[in-house]
Design a binder for this molecule. Structure first.
Ligand SMILES: C[S@@+](CC[C@H](N)C(=O)[O-])C[C@H]1O[C@@H](n2cnc3c(N)ncnc32)[C@H](O)[C@@H]1O
Length: 366
């Protein structure tokens, strides 16, 4: 049975959460900056693509070697089994980066990699158009060491397929899942997002609570590979559908903006968790449960002044203390000052970049 060397790409700062997800799938991994390395079978490749909630994509490391001349590069590339990934009729896109290496001209490197592949597969790969999604062959050169990977996922894994409608500043689906998991939600405590926008956090929470595989309704690049085993893939998907369970935990999304709420409702419908979430239009409403997991990505201050933002954070702090006897809190925020305005004692658990803005995940309990 073929064992693949794989790499689950995660957002820098979220590697440990992706590692824990892999462990949950029974796979041992080694975290490195930007992701987690692991080994596994074709079935593991299918399961990780289907189940990883926090990763960006899953790569297969096809070739790792040293080369300092173009002739050497072509020869080394041609030794690997490209025929199992590349088909005559499926366009391929290349992305090349080079650092501190004798071969540094990325276009010239790409040409030689293609030449090496052609030597092996005996046809010229079709080149993808710019707008085609997801680079399929990724060539990284560092100190003359080549790492050539194929992207098994295709479009990034945060694209589950349910979010056709986005509100302003939507959070990527995999980041929403990451803050729920890193925030320590037990799946049983009622969950509320007081700034839910297009509903990403409540929807991801409902997917977790119902144990629904995040990738069940989308396509993956590996489905077009020559080695793709449709029967095995159907089995993996079938197992995922059988694993769906009932979730009775209240999950609530609140937003002041009517358009955001209607987008959230539609998105939850497409994600098949419409029945698991209550969306409320409003601001800091009273709720019937006295214990909660409050998880949110409040406004950043693009539209509101920072004074208004601090007031909003401060209202959130008052609302949490007034409404809940006990609450676990996980708030994503760009500034510690905002968190301080809540008057709650929260600690920074994670730091990562969200749409180019450095943000911290602040976690605590009252
Ligand atoms: C950064 S966005 C949340 C994005 C969301 N996580 C998503 O993925 O779509 C912040 C949201 O807070 C809402 N908002 C701002 N002030 C509010 C308030 N006082 N009460 C409730 N919602 C508010 C905005 O309408 C906006 O949708």
């Amino acid at each position: 049975m073929t064992v693949f060397r794989m790499f689950a790409v995660s957002h820098p700062g979220l590697e440990e959460i992706t590692l824990r997800e892999l462990e949950g799938l029974g796979i041992e991994g080694k975290p490195t900056p930007g992701g987690v390395e692991f080994r596994g079978t074709l079935e593991d490749l299918y399961r990780t693509n289907l189940w990883l909630r926090t990763a960006n994509r899953v790569l297969v490391r096809v070739a790792i070697f040293k080369a300092t001349t173009f002739a050497e590069l072509v020869e080394r590339v041609s030794r690997y089994p490209w025929e199992i990934y590349i088909r005559e009729d499926v366009p391929v896109k290349f992305r090349v980066t080079s650092r501190k290496s004798k071969l540094y001209h990325t276009k010239a490197i790409e040409e030689r990699v293609i030449k090496g592949i052609m030597k092996r597969v005996k046809f010229r790969p079709l080149m993808a158009e710019e707008e085609d999604e997801g680079e399929s062959v990724i060539v990284r050169v560092e100190r003359d060491r080549f790492t050539i990977s194929v992207n098994s996922s295709g479009a990034m894994l945060h694209k589950r397929g349910y979010r056709e409608k986005a509100s302003e500043a939507p959070l990527r689906e995999n980041l929403a899942a990451a803050i729920i998991l890193a925030g320590g939600w037990d799946g049983k405590t009622p969950l509320i997002d007081p700034f839910c926008g297009s509903g990403t956090i409540p929807i991801e929470a409902a997917l977790i609570c119902t144990n629904r595989a995040p990738g069940i309704d989308r396509e993956f690049a590996f489905e077009k590979w020559k080695i793709h085993d449709q029967q095995l893939w159907e089995k993996v998907k079938e197992e995922a559908l059988n694993a769906v369970r009932e979730c009775t935990t209240p999950i609530v999304g609140v937003d002041i903006d009517e358009k955001a709420i209607s987008a959230a409702v539609e998105n939850s419908f497409r994600a098949k968790v419409y029945h698991n979430i209550r969306f409320v239009r409003g601001s800091f409403p009273a709720v019937e449960f006295k214990e909660a997991f409050v998880v949110s990505n409040p406004p950043y201050g693009v539209r509101l002044s920072s004074k208004n933002i601090e007031e909003t954070y401060s209202s959130m702090g008052r609302w949490i203390r007034k409404n809940f006897k006990r609450a676990r809190i996980a708030i994503l925020s760009p500034l510690k000052r905002y968190i301080e305005a809540t008057g709650l004692e929260l600690e920074r658990r994670l730091t990562f970049s969200n749409g180019g803005i450095r943000v911290g995940l602040y976690v605590g309990e009252v």
